[in-house]
Write a protein that binds this ligand. Structure first.
Ligand code: FES
Ligand code: FE2
Length: 371
């Protein structure tokens, strides 16, 4: 680890600039892999789900055994293909009833007056995205520069295992945050703000002095474990919880585990109780839509007493997460407002303890420089 202060590698103007966002949406978003949904969201043949990836209104559609992804626009004369956020329907345009196959080519075209289907090729094809399944997680990419497997590296196996341990979903949360996506992403890989921003949530849980174990050597993600106080509940409850949560099959059961998957997805969980998946899609240079989904982990062989212990704690976990979202959203907006007031000769500075922020910035620069 470096032992001196360093200058940020992201120019502070990049948090305010609409041109920079255009560059990011050109250089990063189409080539990255984005975690969009779970296979359980599309359990039946013809189920579909709309998801936004930056400016693209994307449809995930299960057709038989396959899940495909395509931009929500017909290649004939540009009708929207589906209007509902989710549903069950064949892949057919409502305007002139063209149907499409799983590669996005027209498979049925009414009124074609003998023109062979084979002629409806490139210009008449849906704008399809690549789909990769990692356990239950559905990742998409428009033009990946590497396979999803290579993109995730060693994290892939953890994610697959984690996805298989997920149980019930809690109510999702969507929050618009008036801050640049990079500010929010960097905030998630810096824990020193726990004491100032999260005094009643994270700081109350963390061991003192704060201990953070990072940093799996992964190409496109940043991972850490924040050690938590060993005794977080009263004695007997603590012991019971520990023993029942130890039955969840997870790679890092002790502490707060966090993964940032570049560019703007995070997964985090405390102990083995609840997984939170958060996605930050940029709306403008100064605004993001934060979508959070929360899942309980399945604990095998729960006794009725253990089930009631978990049921009593889960609302607290949910409430904890909502409060953390609010606290983080608030401080990121304060950074965005501060940036508007920044004199040109104030470049910012990173301390050694902010090495994961530095790592995010270096990762970002590599993506932006990549031709
Ligand atoms: S616009 Fe879709 S079939 Fe014509
Ligand atoms: Fe935070």
């Amino acid at each position: 680890m470096e032992s001196t202060l360093r200058a940020p590698s992201i120019d502070p103007g990049a948090y305010l600039s609409a041109d920079t966002l255009e560059e990011e949406l050109h250089r990063i978003w189409p080539s990255a892999w984005h975690l969009l949904a779970l296979t359980r969201d599309l359990p039946n043949d013809k189920d579909y789900l709309r998801k936004r990836v930056a400016r693209t209104d994307l449809v995930l559609h299960r057709l038989g055994e396959r899940i495909i992804a395509y931009a929500n626009v017909c290649p004939h004369r540009f009708s929207t293909l589906v209007d509902q956020p989710s549903g069950n329907a064949p892949l057919q345009c409502p305007y002139h009833l063209w149907s499409f196959d799983t590669d996005g080519y027209p498979s049925a075209v009414p009124h074609r007056q003998g023109i062979p289907l084979a002629e409806f090729t490139q210009g008449a094809r849906l704008s399809t995205w690549q789909v990769a399944l990692v356990g239950e997680f559905i990742f998409v990419s428009k033009q990946p520069i590497q396979s999803c497997e290579d993109y995730l590296g060693a994290l892939g196996a953890d994610l697959a295992r984690m996805s298989r341990a997920l149980g019930n979903e809690l109510p999702p949360v969507t929050l618009d945050v008036a801050a640049n996506w990079k500010i929010i992403a960097q905030n998630t890989v810096e824990l020193q703000h726990a004491y100032s921003v999260h005094p009643g949530t994270f700081a109350a849980l963390s061991s003192k002095p704060m201990r953070i174990d990072s940093d799996l050597p992964l190409a496109n993600s940043i991972s850490y474990v924040m050690r938590l106080k060993p005794e977080r509940f009263e004695g007997r409850l603590n012991a019971r919880l520990k023993s029942l949560l130890s039955r969840v099959e997870q790679p890092f059961p002790d502490g707060y585990r966090h993964h940032l998957i570049f560019p703007a997805t995070t997964l985090g969980y405390v102990d083995n109780r609840m997984l939170t998946i958060i996605d930050y899609q940029p709306l403008t240079a100064g605004a993001c839509r934060m979508s959070a989904r929360m899942f309980e982990f399945v604990v095998p062989d729960l006794s009725p007493l253990e089930a009631s212990i978990l049921a009593s704690i889960r609302p607290l976990d949910h409430q904890f997460s909502l409060q953390v979202f609010e606290e983080d959203g608030g401080i990121c907006e304060a950074v965005q407002r501060g940036l508007h007031n920044r004199p040109a000769d104030m470049p910012g500075v990173l301390m050694p303890v902010e090495h994961m922020v530095a790592r995010f910035q270096d990762m970002y620069q590599q993506w932006m420089d990549y031709k």
